[in-house]
Design a binder for this molecule. Structure first.
Ligand code: GSH
Length: 250
């Protein structure tokens, strides 16, 4: 019988979002504590995660207030490890496929997310780098999606989908901000162009459809606060929006 779970998370963090998705898919009740990444509590690193990052789980031990973590609980960090931990605790969930071939395919997809997609992910949007390497990485990942199934390795939503979902969700928010307001670390006009290319060129048709299926899931609706993310990204990138002509002239 699994014991108490306390998740230290942050709404903005895609890695923490992975663990929230896994817990929602497994339909687990847990305590959630929001860590303010800009102002982390002084007890967090010494008592929960020495790396001082979210996500982390305190597992087992007595039911205590999350801001007074018990030394008796086991502390575990790293999103992909935590997703597998949830799958191990709740083997009846579909998070890790039972079939060894499907399981291997899920792990292959996760590896591609970690080694190909993520290194290219924030470059153009957060650091103003060219979009092309990112489009290529996205296309490589898209090739792994089966044409005739809903999700990354079949019709079940698994750890493979959990690995990419939070990043696609944030990418879509950034694309929408880029499309409407040109918000991002790119040159004026580039955000709109990139967003139009992603949604309308047809190159990422399978991905756009895939993500529609992901967004329809209850686990996604319950764990993604798009307004919060929009607000945070708008504030974060506001300083990088090219100044309007009148301000520049002043
Ligand atoms: N490899 C880690 C990455 C976790 C991570 O980078 N989390 C960020 C937030 S998205 C964090 O807590 N950074 C510490 C900070 O902002 O001070 C995982 O997969 O869990």
């Amino acid at each position: 019988m699994p014991e108490q779970i306390t998740l230290y998370s942050a709404k903005i963090c895609p890695f923490a979002h992975r663990v929230e998705l896994a817990l929602a898919e497994a339909k687990v009740g847990y305590n959630r504590y929001e860590i303010d990444l800009a102002n982390k509590p002084e007890w967090y690193a010494p008592k929960v995660n020495p790396a001082s990052k979210v996500p982390a789980i305190a597992y087992g031990g007595p039911q205590v207030s999350p801001d007074l973590p018990s030394p008796e609980s086991t502390k575990i960090a790293e999103s992909l490890i935590l997703v597998e931990f949830v799958a191990d605790l709740y083997p009846e969930s579909a998070i890790l496929p039972k079939d060894p071939v499907q399981r291997a395919k899920a792990r292959f997809f996760i590896d591609a997310v970690s080694t190909k997609f993520l290194p290219a992910y924030m470059g153009p949007i957060a650091h103003g780098q060219p979009f092309e390497p990112f489009w290529d990485a996205l296309e490589d990942l898209q090739r792994l999606l089966p044409e005739d199934k809903k999700y990354a390795v079949g019709d079940e939503y698994t750890a493979a989908d959990i690995a990419i979902t939070p990043f696609l969700a944030r990418m879509e928010v950034l694309m929408e901000l880029g499309m409407k307001n040109d918000i991002g670390a790119f040159k004026e006009g580039e955000g709109k162009k990139a967003a139009e290319y992603y949604f309308e060129s047809g190159r990422f048709k399978r991905f756009v459809k895939y993500f529609e299926d992901v967004k329809a899931r209850e686990s996604f609706k319950a764990t993604f606060d798009a307004d919060h993310i929009k607000e945070k990204y708008t504030a974060r990138f506001a300083a990088q929006v090219p100044a309007p002509a009148v301000a520049a002239a002043a």
